[in-house]
Design a binder for this molecule. Structure first.
Ligand SMILES: Cc1cc2nc3c(=O)[nH]c(=O)nc-3n(C[C@H](O)[C@H](O)[C@H](O)COP(=O)(O)OP(=O)(O)OC[C@H]3O[C@@H](n4cnc5c(N)ncnc54)[C@H](O)[C@@H]3O)c2cc1C
Length: 245
């Protein structure tokens, strides 16, 4: 697969808001100013300059690649984090310098067999690239192969895209959404535990032979889930990962 060469862009904040009441997750929308158009593949990320010294932080693009004039990121707010503080202080109209598009964490259709199935596993803000990839596949590309998402979070209060994924699952019979909570309320009747627990339970019998896995989030989870899906039958070269390190 060919990737466009990354280049520098300037962009302007067009909107910014917390997607959870606890202000742990911030969504920021950017409009490209110069150049004012780019192409990327769902799953890629941008590198944003966060200070005068030229320090940068990487953020996956959560928006769909059919929006070529801007992009959206979804950032977990790390207490006292330099990048987190930079993003939290942005207001509409502020300018940033960005290097994009970066990364190879994409669904490369040339690698897929006609009967390949797609498993997405994300924790926390690792859902950002999966959101772009799943929307791109279902809405833009009308993908009909079986697709499944396990999204792990701590509690209901952080499942900011629950309704969006539920709607996609209702509208696309080939897509199954499995939210997973480690610390749910008493009312939660879906999977409880870590994504590893729920994957082991869901695929104990069916296994994952013929699946491609796209795993994104904190490095420990990515390592553990990679080993798990390998043991459940995913081929090594069908495991695609992005570590938010
Ligand atoms: C390819 C790539 C894509 C990424 N995409 C995203 C994305 O879409 N959304 C997103 O939120 N992040 C993403 N990240 C992570 C992001 O780049 C930053 O590393 C992260 O936001 C922390 O940056 P910071 O400057 O706020 O914290 P820093 O100032 O770098 O760190 C402050 C302190 O917090 C610790 N820390 C850092 N991260 C965490 C964490 N997750 N949990 C607990 N402690 C932590 C550090 O070790 C340090 O002690 C991505 C990383 C990579 C490599």
């Amino acid at each position: 697969m060919e990737f466009p060469k990354p280049q520098k862009y300037t962009a302007r904040v067009s909107d910014s808001y917390y997607v959870t009441d606890n202000r742990h997750f911030l969504l920021v929308k950017f409009e490209l100013t110069s150049p004012d158009r780019f192409e990327f593949s769902a799953g890629q990320y941008v590198s944003i300059r966060i200070d005068e010294a030229g320090n940068r932080r990487s953020y996956s693009i959560a928006s769909s690649p059919d929006d070529t004039h801007g992009f959206t990121i979804l950032a977990e707010m790390i207490p006292a984090g330099v990048g987190s503080s930079f993003l939290a202080a942005l207001v509409p109209g502020d300018g940033v310098e960005v290097l994009a598009p970066l990364g190879r964490f994409v669904v490369d259709s040339t690698q897929l067999l006609p009967d390949s199935k797609l498993l997405f596993v994300a924790t926390g803000s690792g859902i950002a690239p999966a959101y772009s990839m799943i929307n791109d596949l279902l809405v833009n590309k009308h993908e009909t192969r079986p697709m499944r998402l396990h999204w792990g979070m701590r509690g209901e209060e952080n499942l900011f895209w629950f309704d969006n994924f539920m709607r996609l699952a209702e509208e696309h019979a080939n897509f199954v959404f499995d939210p997973v909570l480690s610390h749910p309320s008493e009312d939660w009747d879906l999977c409880t535990g870590h994504v590893q627990d729920c994957l082991s339970r869901d695929f104990a019998e069916e296994r994952l032979v013929g699946w491609h896995a796209y795993i994104c989030g904190n490095p420990n989870m990515v390592e553990e889930v990679s080993a798990l899906v390998l043991s459940l039958g995913v081929q090594q070269d069908a495991i695609h990962t992005e570590k938010f390190s």
